[in-house]
Design a protein around this ligand. Structure first.
Ligand code: S3P
Length: 438
């Protein structure tokens, strides 16, 4: 396996040859992307200096960092940690550019609607395709003056007096939930949110750690504004969503055995882990403890004979970013894997159902794509092909793992997007024994 081509410092495409067919050893994964966005934004609102250790320095999170700096926040970056010195924010001189970062734009919108100045939030052509009405509607219900462009970015925001709202989320979305919670910090009165299923709860954990009282019962969260945030020493563990690619590689590549240390095992994120265990995966949690606000563990996986399953509907939101790599696992499992209720995959960085089906089909896979999921009859043998990432980091990494197990060489075009969430993805694979050369 492996040849990488560099254009300047950007990894442009990657050629993966079959073999050595096994990964061995121990590695870490970069800091959690969801937590890093939240830590940067919440620390900027705190009444004092915060420190963030283990933050993810990636395309997406650096867009959020640039946004808060443009608003006036002072930061000092020291290798693995960053100090955030909040300042009172001023009107930005130009639109804030969140590049590809859906979490960045939606969460920042929740904060900007409560600021005493106008702003415009924008991003890449890819971000401009993502639905924004889902945040605009509840924020407007709080009194916010926010308008999307045909339901998309750019978002135009004017100062407004916000009041608390009772809002039932039509879809389980941590980005929508978080935008409302962040707006509620500067609103007068109580906001009560209800979710159809529990989405990732990092915002709630961090707000509570920063001294904001929340009342959480079943699927409802109650918060009263205006609220002050105490500074915090944030500790960001490795991202389970990044570990997911290595976990599936360890399970499907014969003779593999790998250990991944310092992985965030927040239960609202680990649906894939449960799914792989249900599929017969040899997946072990070696050590688990609480670090900062989150459970953190060392994980060990070994090559296993997987079998297909039907993913239970409550797991869908807990593994929403992991369906592209689940498809790769399902192709190597005996029997059928069935996913329904995952229509949100169509509005991620790409239409992940369509794109994964299309690209894996080039490698010989047979996938039955449905409106809200897919069915895969497993135990398929893939061959190499030239495939496209559609500028979507999770597509790029999922195809790379599929390529490691394929019978012939695969050329993956436009792999620079892996930098959005997992800088050094290919180097990490190399460190586990994947032979990739220039
Ligand atoms: C995220 C929430 C999820 C997820 C995204 C990160 C977050 O999106 O897909 O990658 O950090 O809140 P939705 O809230 O749209 O489900």
């Amino acid at each position: 396996m492996g040849q990488t081509f560099f254009k300047g410092t950007i990894l442009e495409c990657c050629q993966i040859h079959p073999g050595p067919q096994s990964l061995q050893g121990s590695c870490t994964v970069p800091g959690d992307k969801s937590l890093t966005h939240r830590a940067l934004l919440l620390a900027s609102l705190a009444q004092g200096t915060s420190q963030i250790d283990g933050w993810l320095q990636s395309g997406d999170t650096c867009a959020t960092l640039a946004g808060i700096q443009q608003l006036g926040t002072k930061v000092i970056v020291e290798q693995n940690s960053i100090q955030i010195h909040p300042q009172s924010w001023h009107a930005p001189h130009c639109p804030l550019d969140l590049h590809h970062a859906g979490t960045g734009v939606r969460l920042l919108a929740g904060i900007m609607v409560g600021q005493p100045f106008s702003s415009v939030l924008d991003g890449s052509s890819q971000l401009r395709k993502r639905p924004m009405q889902r945040i605009v509607k509840p924020l407007q219900a709080m009194g916010a003056r926010i308008h999307a462009t045909d339901g998309h970015a750019p978002l135009y925001i004017e100062p407004a007096h916000l009041t608390g709202v009772q809002y039932q989320l039509p879809i389980a979305s941590a980005q929508v939930k978080s935008a409302i919670l962040l707006a509620a910090l500067s609103a007068q009165g109580t906001t009560v949110l209800t979710e159809p299923e529990q989405s990732r709860d990092h915002t709630e954990r961090l707000l509570q750690a920063m001294g904001v009282p929340l009342c959480i019962q079943d699927r409802s969260i109650c918060i009263t504004g205006p609220a002050c945030l105490q500074p915090l020493h944030f500790y960001i563990p490795g991202d389970f969503s990044s570990a997911a690619f290595l976990i599936v590689a360890g399970l499907i590549l014969p003779h593999s055995k790998i250990t991944i240390t310092n992985v965030n095992m927040n239960l609202t994120r680990t649906g894939l882990w449960d799914a792989l265990i249900a599929m017969g995966g040899n997946c072990q949690v070696l050590q688990q403890h609480i670090e900062g606000q989150e459970p953190v563990a060392t994980l060990e996986v070994q090559h296993s004979d997987l079998h297909g399953i039907t993913i239970p509907s409550p797991w869908v939101v807990r593994m929403i970013d992991e369906f592209p790599i689940l498809m790769v696992a399902a192709l190597h499992a005996h029997g059928k894997t069935i996913v329904t209720g995952a229509q949100e995959l169509r509005v991620k960085e790409s239409d992940r159902l369509a794109v994964m089906s299309q690209e894996l089909q080039k490698m010989g896979a047979q996938i039955q794509e449905t409106l809200d999921g897919f069915e895969i009859q497993g135990h398929q043998k893939l061959h190499g092909a030239e495939v496209q990432t559609h500028d979507d980091h999770r597509i790029a990494m999922s195809l790379s793992i599929a390529a490691l197990a394929a019978a012939s060489t695969t050329l993956i075009q436009d792999t620079a997007c892996t930098e959005d969430s997992f800088p050094n993805f290919f180097k990490t694979l190399q460190s586990l024994g994947a032979a990739m050369g220039k």
